[in-house]
Write a protein that binds this ligand. Structure first.
Ligand code: HEM
Length: 277
């Protein structure tokens, strides 16, 4: 039998004394030492990694949404479309991840649930930031972060900026003028559906050729919200499968709270206009 293949024969770098390695570049020692289990149950590792990887993908989503918003505000629609397409794919990735978590049965989860105390995804500040960036702005959601003033400040800064949807509406206004009340609204409040906005988007959809960029922007937003809705739906289904109708560790009614969140519409006019076309 021949010896095992040695990749250095084709030039693979095998010595890293004083050189940047894969682990150095990615700071892997740091990341891979962050999976601290609180019990000796088998499934807790899955639960922790699932949440940590979700938070990493959310970090990338925030990076992309922030850049898309900046780029759109500067009128550069093409690069923004590319970023929005990526955000939708990130959510698709998050959606596929539920399949791994669903291999955890209620018996598996119950074995370590008490170790969570009152911690819950409800307190995910990155998730809240994403919602605020998109326009689902509920100031009550600042309260779970009051013990971390820097996070409250970050979320408040977000509430002071136009959401991604506000920026899209400013672009829409450049072609089809919108009322002042829409353009100069109190940014810290959640977006409420507006008939003039619905009418303007409907004009875009009635004549896509004439308004192609706005049409494409609208479809990018709908595509993203579609994936976001699937995330919410997969979450609530997984939760029902794992804890039934028990209260959440965060203290809400659990499935009842998450079902209520399924009703959130980020870009309502873009969904409603489909009925009238
Ligand atoms: C077995 C797994 C899971 C269970 C049983 C579960 C349960 C729950 C429950 C009951 C809530 C409502 C708040 C509460 O009272 O706690 C919630 C909220 C939340 N969970 Fe999960 N969850 C699970 C997995 C995940 C994963 C993997 C993520 C990914 C980061 C996540 C992110 C969130 C977020 C962001 C919220 C807030 C949703 C909102 O306010 O609209 N959850 N979860």
């Amino acid at each position: 039998m021949s010896d095992a293949y040695d990749p250095s024969a084709e030039g693979a770098q095998m010595e890293f004394d004083g050189r940047m390695s894969y682990g150095d570049y990615l700071d892997l020692d740091h990341i891979l030492s962050a999976q601290k289990t609180w019990t000796d149950t088998h499934d807790e590792m899955l639960f922790i990694i699932q949440h940590q990887t979700s938070e990493l993908w959310m970090k990338l989503a925030i990076h992309e949404i922030a850049a898309a918003r900046r780029t759109l505000a500067a009128g550069e629609t093409r690069p923004a479309f590319k970023m929005l397409a990526r955000v939708a794919r990130i959510f698709e990735q998050l959606n596929n991840a539920w399949d791994v978590l669903r291999t955890m049965t209620p018996s598996d989860y119950t074995a370590f649930r008490d170790a969570l105390g009152q911690s819950s995804g409800f307190q995910s500040y990155q998730y809240r930031q994403i919602e605020f960036m998109l326009g689902n702005r509920n100031k009550a959601m600042l309260r779970p972060h009051e013990h971390r003033p820097e996070i409250v400040r970050m979320l408040q800064d977000e509430l002071a900026q136009p959401s991604l949807y506000d920026v899209a509406l400013r672009l829409l206004d450049a072609t089809i003028p919108l009322p002042d009340a829409v353009l100069n609204r109190d940014l810290s409040r959640p977006w409420a559906p507006d008939p003039a906005v619905a009418d303007a988007w409907t004009q875009v959809y009635r004549n896509p050729r004439q308004h192609w960029e706005l049409y494409e922007l609208a479809e990018k937003l709908v595509d993203f919200e579609d994936y976001f809705r699937r995330w919410r739906f997969n979450h609530v289904t997984t939760v029902e499968r794992v804890i039934g109708f028990k209260r959440g560790t965060g203290g809400t009614g659990g499935v009842s709270y998450l079902k209520r969140m399924l009703e959130v519409e980020l870009f309502p006019e873009l969904w409603h206009l489909r009925t009238d076309l």
